[in-house]
Design a protein. Structure first.
Ligand code: HEC
Length: 310
């Protein structure tokens, strides 16, 4: 195989791995056929690489790094989602609202009967019970619900895919196949955090009242997130504009660096993150998991030039 063809093949393969679901037989068959035409040593190298990518992909999509301690236990977002009828607080969050704040649904995680009901418009998009069902199916991209034995939602965490993935809308707007690494520019992270009934993690850290925190969160808008708010306490830039930054595409960095970033974070999370964040207003020791997310962003801030934006 010529060098060029090998390159093209690799790119195709990378795209295939990024977008195909695990069960796409034809992709797998095509890949293994192409792989077999390479020298054995090359095949082994590639196979090792793909194993790493798939491991990273799993972390990227599904590993919360324990951050349910922040999003669930601290912010109590799961209570806002389930609503008073299901043991939480307030009206709850139906799938319609979830989609409206930019959350995406992985169509490959939906069983066929549910897809049919959805297509026929027979799923009540205002009923929080249906959001809970989606969480139980692990179908909400980047969000993991934790359920007890009575199937009650007791916490929730997020993963990289929440912000750095979207879907191809192939089933319906907001519902489709995962696109790993594509920034979710519909995602209103601030509006989601604003659903929290308890923002004391923010009010205590920033020494401002609840209303101020909520107005800052709502100032972010779709596609933006201020990963440093709890670190530097600065909600606005010197020119008065929001300090939130646009969620960047991660696929430009290829799947592997993201996987590596996630794995490095994974290693660090088990080691030294505590010392890294020690002293940051003391609050982070309680919200360890939230700080883990910030650790990765701090790292990127140092290494990667900030994307020109807004
Ligand atoms: C809540 C949303 C959110 C989550 C979750 C999130 N990120 Fe990010 N990520 C961002 C934003 C916003 C930026 C831009 C930060 C900046 O410029 O200050 C960013 C930047 C990055 C960059 C730098 C990209 C570039 O081109 O500059 C990488 C790499 C990255 N994130 C990887 C990850 C990984 C790995 C995870 C999971 C451990 C993760 N992110 C989780 C919002 C998020």
């Amino acid at each position: 195989m010529s060098r060029l063809r090998a390159c093209v093949f690799l790119v195709l393969l990378a795209c295939g791995v990024a977008s195909a679901s695990d069960d796409q037989q034809s992709d797998v068959a095509r890949m293994s056929q192409d792989l077999q035409s390479l020298p054995p040593a090359e095949q082994r190298n590639l196979a090792n690489g793909f194993v790493e990518i798939l491991r990273g992909r799993k972390i990227f999509r599904f590993d919360t790094f324990g951050d349910q301690a922040f999003w669930g236990d601290t912010l109590k977002l799961h209570q806002a989602i389930e609503g008073a009828d299901h043991g939480g607080i307030g009206p709850g969050v139906g799938p319609g609202t979830a989609l409206a704040v930019g959350l995406k649904v992985d169509v490959d995680a939906l069983p066929q009967p549910l897809k049919q009901k959805l297509a026929a418009g027979r799923v009540d998009l205002n009923d929080p019970a249906n959001t809970l069902a989606l969480l139980q199916l692990n179908a909400v991209v980047g969000v993991t619900g934790f359920f007890d034995q009575q199937q009650r939602l007791i916490s929730m965490g997020i993963q990289c895919a929440l912000c750095h993935s979207t879907v191809d809308n192939s089933f319906a707007p907001g519902i489709g196949r995962r696109l790993d690494g594509w920034p979710n520019r519909d995602l209103n992270v601030g509006a989601i955090i604003n659903l929290s009934p308890d923002l004391s993690a923010f009010t205590n850290a920033l020494q401002v009242d609840d209303a101020t925190v909520r107005s800052v969160l709502l100032s972010w808008g779709p596609g933006k997130f201020d990963a440093a708010l709890l670190l530097d306490g600065k909600a606005f830039r010197p020119d008065g504009k929001s300090a939130a930054t646009l969620i960047p595409a991660a696929f430009g960095l290829a799947v592997a660096p993201i996987a590596r970033a996630a794995r490095t974070l994974d290693d660090e999370a088990r080691g030294s993150h505590q010392s890294r964040v020690a002293g940051v207003r003391g609050v982070l020791s309680r919200t360890v998991s939230g700080s883990q997310l910030r650790v990765v962003h701090e790292r990127h801030r140092r290494r990667v030039p900030r994307a020109p934006s807004h």
